[in-house]
Design a protein around this ligand. Structure first.
Ligand SMILES: C[S@@+](CC[C@H](N)C(=O)[O-])C[C@H]1O[C@@H](n2cnc3c(N)ncnc32)[C@H](O)[C@@H]1O
Length: 309
């Protein structure tokens, strides 16, 4: 076949099936005929990067080669969509910091444990960092009131998250005041302030790997937004089952605005927040609370500790 023959840069039906089945089994990612052209283009780019050999040789290397893990990481980086930005679907994040977290704190009155929040599929970190910034804006204290764990499958996206330097596209929903307050502009780069970044723990995690997910410990809130849209139904079921297992009773699961758990699970109940809907693992009943009551109570506690009261 000639080099510029399009057939030379495509995959046979059997090759396409082999490759996409591997991706589905290992990390839930689902590709069909509509995305076939994109997959083929990227596979050939990976092959060119590797050694310019055949698909069969590349596939063998991916499964059995001494560098199989790194090769698979490269495939993931090339085929995952890491699109994200600060304050995406902000009404949900506001509900988290003004209703859900204060609600858990109110229920736990007296106990000193922070609320555990997991941003599952955090890409380059804009989502968990937005949670910390909005938490601070709502008067919550990271570390004391809540902790944020963030994970992703893509090592390249995680490396960007750990570096904390962002391009303009990440700020499409960020107002100037928040940008001045929480970012540092230096040498033409925009970096998240360390006071925000140090409150997020970034870890590499495949959401289909339940035993590794267990290492994170039990959670109060899981956000998995705009991740499962790329999964087939069976993988969604597996991941949501693992979230159910990870959540404490009464814990919340937040998925993207365009997503739903219909046909995926009936293990969660729908919970009505002021302006949002969330999924909730059945557990202890909600108690009435308000953020202002909680903060007033905190002020009294602090004054008592200082001996002012
Ligand atoms: C579109 S981004 C969503 C980022 C963020 N949650 C948001 O809503 O803006 C999807 C992320 O899911 C990650 N992802 C895909 N499959 C995954 C898996 N099996 N385990 C963990 N992360 C995965 C991708 O690497 C990508 O960074």
């Amino acid at each position: 076949m000639l080099e510029d023959d399009p057939a030379a840069r495509s995959l046979t039906d059997a090759e396409f099936r082999l490759f996409t089945s591997l991706l589905r089994e290992r990390c839930g990612l689902h590709f069909d005929d509509q995305t076939r052209y994109l997959v083929e283009k990227r596979v050939w780019r990976l092959i060119d990067e590797a050694d310019g050999g055949s698909f069969a040789a590349f596939f063998h290397r991916l499964r059995h080669g001494p560098d199989a893990e790194e090769t698979f990481s490269r495939v993931v980086d090339m085929l995952t969509t890491n699109e994200t930005y600060f304050f995406r679907e902000i009404s949900q994040l506001l509900a988290l910091v003004t209703e859900i977290i204060p609600g858990v704190l109110a229920r736990r009155r007296g106990a000193s444990r922070p609320v555990d929040v997991w941003s599952a599929g955090c890409a380059s970190g804009e989502e968990p960092l937005s949670i910390v910034m909005l938490g601070l804006e709502a008067g919550l204290v990271p570390g004391r009131d809540f902790r944020v764990f963030a994970s992703d499958l893509s090592r390249a996206a995680l490396a960007r998250a750990r570096r904390g330097v962002y391009r303009e596209a990440s700020f499409r929903e960020t107002d100037a005041r928040m940008r001045r307050r929480y970012f540092v502009e230096k040498d033409g780069l925009t970096r998240i302030s360390d006071d925000v970044k140090r409150h997020v723990d970034f870890v590499h995690l495949n959401l289909l790997d339940h035993s590794r997910a267990r290492l994170l410990g039990p959670m109060d809130v899981i956000l998995c937004r705009n991740v499962m849209i790329y999964f087939d139904v069976e993988s969604r079921r597996r991941v949501v089952r693992s979230f159910h297992d990870r959540l404490r009773p009464g814990g919340h699961l937040l998925i993207g605005h365009s997503e739903s758990l219909i046909k995926v699970t009936t293990d969660f109940e729908l919970c009505h927040l002021r302006r949002e809907l969330a999924y909730r693992k059945p557990g202890p009943g909600e108690e009435p609370f308000s953020l202002s009551d909680l903060l007033a109570e905190r002020a009294i506690d602090d004054a008592t500790e200082r001996g002012d009261a």
